[in-house]
Write a protein that binds this ligand. Structure first.
Ligand SMILES: Cc1cc2nc3c(=O)[nH]c(=O)nc-3n(C[C@H](O)[C@H](O)[C@H](O)COP(=O)(O)OP(=O)(O)OC[C@H]3O[C@@H](n4cnc5c(N)ncnc54)[C@H](O)[C@@H]3O)c2cc1C
Length: 419
């Protein structure tokens, strides 16, 4: 029997692994750590954008057996069904597990069916299989172009999608890919979003960058287009407009992957947490991070920051110290375009408005940086190597000498290649 505090982490994605490895980094052997996940692998979703353009899905997986063994972390490969906070227990398909501290990081899933026709007619961009389907459609459009036939792609962001950036990457990457393949003239690219501005969550500077790119690349863009229904070949919008398509690509509405009925949650199942610590409201010993929690923007980078905050608060309690890491909402992304990339570091602030709880802090000019350059593709490559290397060795993204070196590199690059 162990007398060490038992910490369970649910979900082996960005938020869960960051919290888990941060806890190991802080606590060493002073806690008994267990990961519960329905997948024995970590999946690097952000880089699956390369699958439609030829890369193999397996390239973006990290087998978790080696890092967990190396760090002496237990692994339960099972699906979590619910939590019983009164009994400090997690109910999984293969039995119940008890905890002293719990970090929930079970992520989100797509609910295409809430938009009539989206499930039946759109290719989505969530799983590797979706990305392979898109690869087939691109090959089909290229074949049609070889026979002098036109194809019209429409990229669609519906209401309640929480991470529009990847779809912007896809349309720009497709533009570059088709130009490189010599058939862009015979493919029409259209982008329609419910957002009032392009990549609205990242503020006015990203909107300007995207609007300029769309103009230069001859991509037809529409903002404020709220989809109401989709039929074969035709999309209808709330404003009465219609758009025709041959291939429809969409990033659907988000809901929580797992519903925890015993915990306070939004109507989409996202768990309500305190802003700084990511502690679940009304629960001393339960934390929720990443896409599973109620932060309105869902991003890997934000999931990592939340994982650090939750990990630090749990570790501090176990060590009897004051926590030193709070979640500070600062978004960062590098958007691939295949011939260049856009870097954005975006400070966010809480507004107190329940309809729009988070906004870009445009006055924080010290931290709001945007840059467009081929050199930022290198930044994307480095992040794509660094993170799987850290997780593959059971280490958190944001800690130690390796992170300090990465952070320094990013700061220098954002001074030189971004404003
Ligand atoms: C195509 C694409 C591109 C993206 N690009 C970017 C980008 O450039 N930058 C960025 O910051 N973000 C990007 N994102 C968003 C990012 O991938 C997510 O925000 C991130 O994965 C969230 O991390 P998470 O740990 O909360 O959830 P996930 O990474 O989804 O991990 C959840 C984990 O929980 C497990 N799980 C789920 N339910 C259960 C259950 N009931 N029981 C047990 N285990 C369970 C899952 O198997 C998984 O291991 C992109 C997303 C996509 C789809």
């Amino acid at each position: 029997m162990t007398t060490k505090p038992r910490v369970l982490v649910l979900g082996g994605g960005f938020g869960g692994l960051e919290a888990l490895f941060y806890l190991k980094y802080q606590l060493g052997d002073r806690a008994d750590l267990t990961l519960v996940s329905d997948e024995p692998k970590f999946f690097f979703k952000p880089n699956t954008i390369y699958i439609p353009f030829g890369q193999a899905p397996e390239k973006f997986e990290v087998d978790l057996s080696r890092p967990l063994k190396k760090q002496s972390i237990h692994f339960v490969n099972s699906t979590v069904e619910s939590v019983d906070p009164d009994k400090h227990a997690v109910i999984t398909r293969s039995g119940n597990l008890n905890y002293d501290y719990l970090v929930i990081a079970t992520g989100a899933k797509m609910r295409s069916k809430e938009i009539p026709g989206l499930y039946e007619h759109a290719i989505t961009v969530w799983t590797p299989d979706d990305m392979l389907r898109l690869r087939d459609r691109i090959a089909w459009a290229k074949e049609r172009a070889a026979g002098n036939n036109r194809t019209r792609f429409v990229f669609l962001i519906p209401p309640n999608n929480r991470c529009s950036g990847p779809l912007y990457e896809m349309v720009m990457m497709l533009d570059t890919h088709l130009r490189q393949s010599g058939c862009r003239d015979l493919v029409d690219l259209v982008y329609a979003t419910k957002e009032e501005a392009y990549i609205e969550a990242f503020g006015p500077r990203l909107n300007t960058v995207v609007a300029d790119e769309f103009r230069t690349r001859n991509i037809e863009g529409h903002t404020g287009y709220v989809v109401t229904g989709i039929e074969p070949g035709m999309i209808s919008f709330q404003n009465g407009e219609k758009l025709a398509y041959d291939v429809l690509v969409s990033f659907p509405p988000y809901v929580a992957s797992t519903l925890f009925e015993q915990l306070p949650s939004t109507e989409r199942g996202f768990i309500e947490v305190e802003n700084d610590s990511r502690r679940v409201r009304g629960q001393d010993r339960i934390f929720a991070v990443g896409d599973a929690a109620n932060f309105p923007i869902k991003q890997a980078f934000l999931a990592l920051l939340q994982g650090d905050a939750a990990g630090d608060h749990v570790a501090a309690e176990i060590l009897g110290k004051k926590p030193t890491v709070d979640f500070e909402p600062m978004s960062m992304c590098v958007m691939e375009e295949l011939n260049k990339a856009t870097f954005a570091q975006v400070p966010l602030k809480y507004t107190g408005d329940p309809d729009k709880p988070v906004a870009v802090d445009t006055e924080d000019t010290e931290h709001y940086h945007v840059g467009v350059s081929p050199i930022w593709r290198m930044g994307k490559t480095v992040l794509g190597l660094y993170l799987p290397w850290r997780f593959g060795n059971g280490k958190p993204f944001h800690a130690g000498f390796a992170w300090e070196a990465m952070d320094m590199g990013l700061k220098v690059m954002s001074k030189v290649f971004a404003r």
